[in-house]
Design a protein around this ligand. Structure first.
Ligand SMILES: Nc1ncnc2c1ncn2[C@@H]1O[C@H](COP(=O)(O)OP(=O)(O)OP(=O)(O)O)[C@@H](O)[C@H]1O
Ligand SMILES: [Mg+2]
Length: 1012
């Protein structure tokens, strides 16, 4: 028999026995007094003849002895089953010295603890629990006060037995009080809660409080636990209470089905059978009971009746007056499976034996005996316990279950034909994995900030990388947040490690880069599709069997904070959506999988604007992982009826669902924590494996959003050898670009403009693309072939002008290029000098001047253009073989000096500038100029001549300012530092974002931050 039951039987037995004994004694007393007074037998004592009196006296003696024994046994039982924090007086030293129950690791420990085991170590969803062991044992009873036993013999002393009630895994508690004595009842709850929290593993108990009267004031001492999910927000309205009841009832239903499953009667029994508990205890504390709607009243009854088997318990404080208010005057409801504590005046029948004084209490445990409740715990004790629980929860969160135990003993031992699978979490029944295969093709991860999304992605990537070789599985890893989580998969200064499975790593990726990666995945899918059709293969397995020329690895595209790619709703977002849709719908057959994580799935315009897209993309995501989030996000992330993620409280706690978010598929898990030491070891093993197994493996292409592009580190620049770069372009309409061989050689949109192999390409930056590594403007001998740099950002403007000039220099044979540099803005003089030295080193005559020389340089350019035109008319070609370049920093600042006309020639500086812009390129004279505002460029070009400069690159300007220049196309990018928008009207369909080359002198040397 359990201790609890035994204690109850003993105590109620005592109270009944005692009642008999005491009533006998009373009556004997009365009889004796009468006899002594010489009165005749009264009606009341008529049956008490001498014989009966003797028998009664003998009974009494026997009974009394039995009662004494039982009393002492009851007291010791109560003490044994309410050990340590469950029973200690508030002045006991352990409240201030001992720690709260320490989690005990492992299911075995939980199983062997018997009595009351908490969620078991690694297997608990909260990851917080071992068995509940306060120093000294497992509480089965919780002390509330004392049972007062009247003196057993005349002149004897009253006896006290600890009053302790069962609760966790046993039943509910109902305290019925008067309005005046409500404070005592709340004090009792405060004490009980203090004991429970101190005894249970931190986080193993979740508390919900309904307090319509004091709005939580009575239990305010526990408020610090709110931030950690141990205590929920105080419910104050009936509606919230009813909602909470509905939730609890759903939990009870879920536990009954999922956990008990017809095999066990209770979690307690299941745990005694050695199955890890996997559920916290949930306490609903009702500091008042409003009249409930019929349905809610039934729910309350049901939760009270079935809850205790599922670790769900109700502690209710009911004022008798509240019962009277109940509809239909139902009176105080009595909760099923509840021990009761009742204010004596509500129950007291003065005629009862051991009648309780007003101010006392009666309980279901002590029957007729009166009870005194302990004082409420001092605030210092509550504070101490709260602090320790908070610390314990935090510690448990930090520790969490570890990834180490989920990694395979050997590397790369799995094969991916049928799919890839990786354990990343612990559920109630052991490890829980994520699988990417034909059934669960793609996976969606959601959760609020800090819930543990990125950590989960790391678990997945490392876990898969440990199981599958780089020939079985490839990754594209994209991170759209500053988290830099994925930086660890690429080589970094001082850390040569790279993930051999990674094709691409994007850190703080730009949206365009993300789209380029999706495009690459789509292209790979199309490539596979063509091959499969040719071979008659129907799926990846078939493809692998039919064509052994390639291992045909599975490809997982991992995108953290993918919603960034889809906002705002522009061409980039539209392309991203359509690529995601294609990959989501067709990836299955080709072994191409998406793993997308996001803080928010609601309010993504690109998905909402096209209602069908959301469904057609996410309908393909059978596998979902929802970390802690709001109820509304839970509904979007899982399914409209699935609010489970809204109820998660801890970091790393998650719902895994393999049924498109349908509630029946919910699995409550705790995501493993990737311990840095474990990862460090795995990385070493992977590095060693690369050396051993795939020494030729190339590091991933890396894109680091914040890193500047450094011209001298750029492979395209390094490959220049005094010759113009070969003609190439980009099918997506991305400007004239030059690649390092990965991109196909492409025919430009307009070969006559862009394609002349004899024309140098003025590099301005690096495209947000997988390849090629530099992009620029071709300086062909045709109208419009100049470059205007626009915008106020000096660093970016200077960098691009320098890069353009130096790269043209690097494509020109010595002597074939002459450069004039004008630093109109004095702040650019040193940049001009640096540029000049670089050009001179390459063998090109270069002249530098400041604002005073601007007019002269333009006049000389104008004269040269006219001379070349005349020579051309005359059929001479020699002079024109040299290219002349004018590089002007902050041209707009020199405008004032260009207006005046020269007395002799009647020409103004502006006339010469316009000769240059209108007729220069055809004569081999090009302008690379920086204007700080687009309007000043337009002024300088003159009305109707905006097209005289066909290519511009803008930086630090709002997109709206570029609308006209871009041929009335919206421009959303390019307004941020370290980014620019390039538009070459002759070759591009759309403006494109580039990372501008950094100024020449600011070499970072470390990472060039570009696609390499
Ligand atoms: N499973 C886990 N176990 C223990 N701690 C975790 C777990 N997951 C995350 N954490 C902790 O929580 C912190 C936040 O986690 P993470 O960065 O993964 O969250 P996130 O959801 O990606 O947040 P954000 O939205 O800010 O990117 C981490 O620094 C980590 O210490
Ligand atoms: Mg994150």
């Amino acid at each position: 028999m359990s201790g609890t039951r035994r204690a109850r039987l003993l105590v109620s037995g005592i109270s009944e026995n005692l009642g008999v004994v005491l009533s006998l004694a009373d009556r004997l007393d009365v009889q004796a007094a009468r006899l002594e007074a010489g009165e005749g037998p009264s009606a009341a004592t008529v049956t008490l003849d001498a014989e009966t009196i003797n028998e009664a006296a003998a009974d009494l003696a026997g009974n009394l002895e039995g009662v004494r024994l039982a009393l002492s046994e009851a007291a010791s039982l109560a003490r044994r089953h309410a050990p340590a924090f469950a029973g200690a007086g508030w002045d006991a030293p352990e409240w201030h010295s001992a720690s709260v129950a320490a989690p005990v690791a492992g299911p075995a420990a939980a199983g062997s603890a018997g009595g009351m085991a908490g969620p078991a170590g690694a297997a608990s969803p909260a990851g917080l629990g071992g068995p509940v062991i306060g120093p000294g044992g497992q509480p089965g009873l919780w002390r509330l006060g004392r049972i007062l036993v009247p003196p057993l013999a005349r002149g004897g002393r009253p006896v006290e037995v600890p009053l302790a009630v069962p609760l966790l895994d046993a039943g509910n508690l109902q305290i019925t009080t008067t309005r005046e004595r409500r404070g005592e009842a709340v004090g009792l709850v405060r004490g009980l809660l203090t004991r429970v929290l101190a005894s249970a593993s931190p986080g193993a108990v979740r508390v919900t409080v309904y307090d319509p009267h004091e709005l939580g004031a009575g239990l305010a001492g526990f408020a610090p636990l709110r931030a950690h999910g141990v205590v929920g927000p105080t419910l104050t309205s009936r509606a919230r209470l009813e909602a909470a009841l509905a939730e609890l009832s759903a939990e009870v239903g879920r536990i009954t089905v999922d956990r008990l499953g017809g095999r066990f009667d209770s979690l307690r029994e299941r745990e005694d059978a050695g199955v890890p508990r996997g559920e916290p205890w949930r306490l609903l504390i009702l500091l008042g009971l409003p009249p409930l709607a019929d349905e809610a009243a039934r729910t309350l009854e049901a939760v009270a009746a079935q809850g205790p088997s599922c670790g769900v318990h109700i502690i209710a404080v009911v004022e008798a007056e509240e019962g009277a208010d109940a509809p239909g005057g139902r009176g105080v409801p009595s909760l099923p499976r509840a021990e009761t504590v009742t204010a004596a005046e509500l129950q007291g029948d003065p005629g009862d034996v051991g009648a309780v004084m007003p101010g006392g209490w009666r309980t279901s445990m002590s029957g007729l005996l009166g009870c005194a409740l302990d004082d409420a715990p001092p605030m210092s004790v509550v504070a101490q316990v709260t602090t320790r629980v908070v610390a314990g929860v935090e510690q448990a969160v930090v520790r969490g279950p570890d990834l180490g135990g989920l990694l395979p003993p050997g590397l790369w031992e799995y094969e991916s034909s049928a799919g890839v699978s990786v354990p990343v979490a612990h559920g109630p029944d052991g490890a829980v994995g994520l699988t990417f295969d034909d059934d669960t093709v793609h996976c969606l991860v959601g959760g609020q900030a800090g819930a543990g999304k990125s950590t989960l992605l790391l678990d997945v990537v490392y876990g898969l990388a440990a199981r599958y070789g780089p020939d079985q599985l490839r990754f594209h890893l994209l991170d759209f947040k500053e988290g830099l989580e994925f930086a660890q998969f690429a080589q970094r200064p001082g850390d040569p490690f790279f993930l051999p499975h990674a094709d691409t790593v994007g850190i703080e990726s730009d949206r365009e880069f993300g789209v380029a990666v999706l495009r690459a995945a789509r292209n790979e899918m199309q490539r596979r599709s063509v091959t499969m059709r040719a071979l008659g293969a129907r799926d990846l397995r078939g493809l692998r069997a039919a064509d052994r020329s390639s291992p045909w690895p599975r490809v997982v595209v991992v995108v953290d904070e993918f919603q960034v790619m889809l906002t705002p709703l522009d061409t980039v977002a539209r392309e991203a959506v359509s690529l995601l849709e294609v990959l989501a719908r067709q990836g299955r057959a080709y072994g191409i999988h998406l793993l997308l994580a996001s803080q928010t799935l609601s309010g993504i315009d690109a998905l909402d604007a096209t209602a069908g897209k959301r469904g057609s993309i996410f309908g393909q995501f059978a596998l979902r992982v929802a970390l802690r989030t709001s109820i509304s996000e839970s509904r979007v992330l899982l399914s409209t009826a699935n609010e489970a993620a809204g109820a998660l409280s801890g970091v790393g706690e998650a719902i895994v669902n393999r049924r498109n978010g349908h509630p029946v598929g919910n699995e409550h898990v705790r995501v493993a924590y990737p311990d840095p030491a474990v990862l460090a070891e795995l990385r070493e093993q992977l590095s060693a494996m690369v050396v051993r197994a795939v020494p030729a493996m190339r590091p991933p292409r890396v894109f680091v959003g914040h890193a500047p592009a450094v011209l001298t580190d750029n492979p395209a620049f390094q490959a220049l050898a005094g010759r113009p770069v070969p003609a190439s372009g980009d099918p997506a309409g991305g400007g004239a670009a030059y690649g390092s061989g990965t991109g196909a050689a492409l025919v430009p949109a307009d070969g006559s403009v862009d394609g002349s192999a004899g024309d140098p390409l003025a590099f301005v930056g690096v495209p947000l693309d997988l390849a090629p590594p530099a992009v620029g403007v071709r300086l062909a001998r045709l109208p419009g072939r100049h470059l205007a740099v626009l915008g106020p950002l000096r660093r970016e403007a200077v960098g691009m002008l320098q890069a353009a000039a130096v790269s043209v220099g690097a494509q020109s044979a010595p002597g074939s290029l002459v450069v004039d540099i004008v630093a109109v803005d004095p702040a650019t003089v040193s940049a001009a000098e640096t540029l000049a030295s670089a050009l001179r080193r390459a063998g090109h005559p270069t002249y530098v001047t400041d604002v005073t020389g601007l007019r002269g340089v333009l006049a000389s350019a104008g004269a040269e253009i006219r001379a070349r035109e005349e020579a051309a008319l005359a059929g001479q070609s020699g002079a024109a073989s040299t290219t002349r370049l004018l590089v002007v920093f902050a041209l707009d600042a020199g405008r004032a000096g260009l207006e005046a006309r020269d007395d002799a020639s009647r020409r103004s500086g502006l006339d010469d500038l316009r000769t240059l812009t209108r007729r220069g390129p055809a004569a081999g004279v090009h302008l690379l100029g920086w204007w700080r505002a687009p309007s000043r460029l337009a002024d300088d070009l003159g009305p109707g001549h905006r097209d005289d400069i066909a290519a511009w690159v803008a930086t630090g300007l709002p997109g709206g300012d570029l609308f006209g220049l871009a041929g009335h196309r919206p421009v959303t990018a390019g307004t941020t530092p370290n980014r620019a928008v390039l538009f070459d009207r002759h070759v591009q369909a759309e403006p494109r974002t580039v990372v501008p080359f950094a100024p020449l002198e600011t070499r970072s040397g470390a990472d060039n931050g570009t696609v390499v």
